[in-house]
Design a binder for this molecule. Structure first.
Ligand code: PMP
Length: 359
């Protein structure tokens, strides 16, 4: 801090002052495999890079405020009306706006824990009170316990499937039962950040769920399977009236021009085909890493995302530091375990070699 800066007497909101810092994935210094942020290790397809390069010369102008073309393309992509799509600066910002659209001060927001670290933060910033429900020993969401945690002040429930950082998905039947048990005025956000990596036939079809429950909002991202993490594009799919509310709560010009053009290029059929090949390769690597870890004797939860969860418990800090020293960056959660992204084949090999040595 600057020693000469004057004393600040402006109080922060108590909920904001109490927030834990958002811990970013480690940044590699020098040569290291970055398996800490669930990124796509494949660089974007050439057509996407060209779209960004072409758009670069136009950034003296504001972007399309409503991202009209992108919203239309996403609507076609998922098979809904454009009125049902809201885009934002990454799905974390979409999540923030979803909660800001519905949460009144003191309302409760129920979510699983451990789950995506942004949930307590976006809840508190929206003025809500977090109610956390532990995941099961095998890393699955405990939907009956989450339903039991819903009370008269509950305004929203967050369902993360696949769950970050543990990996399992909820099943269609249990989600249906869960939704049927909730009052219709409780918003249910289904966070499908890792949707494209799911290979469980019992996983719910988000669009089908949305069609049957008007209180559901799907949140999706182009950061993971689509490989645009650095440009920040996420979106919500919701009933038109809810979507309009989320849009009202959103930051104007929330998706920048380069991001809009890149996302549009990403949705073109040939690029989708190329991305689908990358996803298939990553799913193959996921199976290989998961099976190898189990063969080493680790109790790894079933994963349908682009990461695995290793329950390293009280050794987590020490082992994550060892991994970093060996050039493999993972995401440690102190005394619980580490989340390790599926990356390049050589990166996965480097991690598997470390994990074998830790048994
Ligand atoms: N939801 C989940 C479950 C995530 O794991 C992440 C990224 N770590 C996000 C949302 C946010 O992704 P983005 O803001 O890049 O769209």
């Amino acid at each position: 801090p600057n020693q000469s800066s004057p004393h600040v007497s402006v109080p922060l909101r108590a909920a904001v002052a109490a927030l834990p810092a958002y811990v970013p994935g480690a940044r590699p210094s020098g040569r290291a495999w970055k398996l800490s942020s669930n990124e796509n290790p494949f660089p974007p397809p050439a057509a996407v890079v060209s779209a960004i390069t072409e758009a670069a010369g136009e950034v003296n102008r504001y972007p399309d405020m409503f991202a009209t073309e992108l919203v239309e393309a996403l609507a076609t992509h998922v098979g809904v009306a454009p009125e049902q799509i809201v885009v934002g600066n990454g799905s974390v910002s979409v999540l923030q706006h979803v909660l800001e659209a519905v949460v009144e001060p003191g309302d409760k927001v129920v979510f699983p824990w451990r789950s995506f670290e942004a949930y307590p933060i976006v809840t508190a910033v929206a003025g809500g009170t977090p109610v956390t429900v532990p995941v099961t020993a095998d890393g699955r969401l405990d939907l009956p316990a989450m339903a039991a945690a819903v009370g008269p002040r509950t305004r929203a429930v967050l369902v993360c499937t696949p769950n970050n950082p543990t990996g399992p998905v909820v099943h269609a039947g249990e989600l249906e039962e869960f939704l049927a048990s909730l009052p219709g005025d409780v918003l249910v956000v289904v966070d499908e950040a890792y949707l494209e990596f799911v290979r469980d036939p019992e996983a719910p079809d988000g669009m089908d769920v949305l069609g049957r429950h008007a209180n559901v909002v799907l949140v999706r991202t182009l950061s993971k399977a689509s490989g645009l993490a650095g440009l920040r594009v996420g979106y919500a799919v919701a009933a038109p009236r809810l979507a309009a509310g989320i849009r009202s709560a959103s930051t104007p010009f929330g998706v920048n021009h380069l991001a809009q053009r890149a996302a549009l290029a990403t949705l073109q059929a040939p690029v989708q085909a190329e991305l689908a090949e990358h996803v298939e390769a990553l799913v193959g690597e996921r199976t290989r890493v998961h099976d190898a870890l189990r063969a080493q004797g680790w109790d790894v939860p079933a994963t349908h995302a682009n990461f695995v969860w290793l329950a390293t418990r009280e050794r987590t800090g020490e082992l994550a530091a060892q991994a970093a020293a060996a050039g493999v960056l993972v995401r440690p959660f102190a005394d619980e375990g580490m989340r390790v992204s599926i990356g390049e084949v050589a990166a996965n090999d480097a991690f598997l070699e470390l994990a074998a040595g830790w048994r």
